[in-house]
Design a protein around this ligand. Structure first.
Ligand SMILES: [Zn+2]
Length: 395
């Protein structure tokens, strides 16, 4: 029995997403990789270590068979853009375009992940700790560093300020925080996150933390937690108070190192951080103006397409980022295809064509607005968007 069904399912989905397509997923599961065999052969220490890890893993699991997520108050309210925890319809994943640069890049990053490496990642649930640590405990924007090397700190900080100035909402309380995979080596952070998510005792959480740290240290494939798969994510969270003993969680945008580094690696470092942040900020606008419009696939699709439009309007507007539209389009072509392998983009984000139509529509509004020299109010922009949504969906 897996430790946590829901999140393990999410990891399987991730593995599928980041391996590109189903066929790669199957190959990753096969116990046939040369790297693994040679690793075992070259060092009996590794074999002994694996035995030790598995024994402890089994013992821990036996002690906590009913270990399921109890911290439902912490489940992401807004699905993350690049990783949908709640998707269970794996069978519905459409044929994906594994020729997109980002899929190829991610596939390449996972090329040395053996079945053992995947197995431990799933069984320990390690993928989820960076996300939930950032969601629950990173509640101040002060001193945040973005990107594993801090590459995007200055630019994202500036863009965030620009966004707050651009849209006419109460934005002073919105915080932007980073998500770093190397928290997987931080015992205290793993413990606090484990206790919050699973309702474990400090002692049990400590045992998990020790095991995770040992595994991360033992397998170089995890890159000391800095593998992009741990943080290939960005999301917007509406503020809420989880109650004692936690601090209230402010309206928040979380930017993972992995997604920033990934788009930089494939040549979109000039536009991706701003565009992704602007999309997430669009969700904060929606929260504040009550524009999310309920639940279900249609509401979700509308929210996502509207966030794309908010983003494009800001990126192209002379008083926003004043970016070259051709360049923005080039990035969006890649960005919108990310959904193809990850979840049912028809239901959740709109198709790539619909998303591009939403962005293109917003660009047209920019041109009209600039003649009048002003920035539309967020509410007016959203109303205009809703009026054209049926046409956008025809794409
Ligand atoms: Zn979104």
């Amino acid at each position: 029995m897996k430790r946590l069904k829901l999140l393990s399912g999410a990891f399987l989905l991730m593995a599928m997403l980041f391996a590109g397509c189903q066929k790669q997923t199957h190959s990753i599961k096969e116990e046939t990789t040369a790297g693994e065999r040679s690793a075992v052969k070259s060092s009996s220490r590794v074999a002994a270590l694996k035995e030790g890890i598995e024994e402890r893993l089994n013992r821990l699991k036996a002690g906590q068979e009913n270990r399921t997520i109890t911290g439902t108050r912490f489940l992401l309210r807004q699905h993350p853009e690049y990783r949908n925890l709640l998707l269970n319809a794996l069978n519905d994943v459409p044929a994906c375009n594994d020729d997109t640069k980002i899929n190829l890049w991610l596939n390449d990053q996972l090329s040395d992940w053996t079945a053992t490496v995947v197995f431990y990642a799933i069984e320990t649930g390690m993928l989820d700790y960076p996300t939930y640590d950032a969601l629950i405990f990173e509640n101040s924007g002060a001193g945040q560093v973005f990107g594993a090397q801090g590459t995007y700190t200055q630019r994202l900080t500036k863009t965030f300020k620009d966004l707050k100035r651009f849209w006419d909402i109460e934005s002073a309380g919105i915080v932007m925080v980073a998500m770093h995979g190397d928290m997987l080596l931080d015992r205290e952070k793993i413990i606090r996150t484990d206790m919050a998510l699973y309702g474990t005792t400090e002692e049990d959480a400590g045992a998990w933390a020790d095991l995770i740290i040992e595994i991360i240290n033992a397998f170089p494939q995890y890159r000391m937690g800095n593998h992009p798969i741990f943080t290939f994510n960005a999301f917007a969270q509406k503020g809420f108070d989880p109650g004692t003993p936690y601090e209230p969680i402010p309206d928040k945008i979380v930017m993972g190192d992995g997604i920033l580094d990934g788009f930089n690696a494939i040549g979109y470092g000039d536009v991706a951080p701003q565009a992704i942040l602007a999309h997430e900020f669009g969700h904060q606008v929606q929260y504040q103006l009550n524009l999310t419009g309920g639940s279900g696939p249609e509401a979700s699709r509308r929210s996502e397409l509207m966030a794309d439009a908010f983003s494009a309007y800001f990126l192209a507007h002379s008083r926003g980022q004043s970016m070259n539209w051709k360049r923005v389009q080039q990035f969006l072509q890649v960005f919108f295809n990310i959904g193809d392998c990850s979840f049912t983009s028809n239901d959740h984000h709109g198709t790539p064509a619909q998303r591009m139509a939403a962005a293109t529509w917003a660009y047209g509004v920019v041109e009209a607005a600039q003649k009048q020299g002003h920035i539309l109010s967020a509410g007016a922009f959203a109303s205009m968007f809703d009026a054209v949504l049926p046409q956008i969906l025809n794409n």
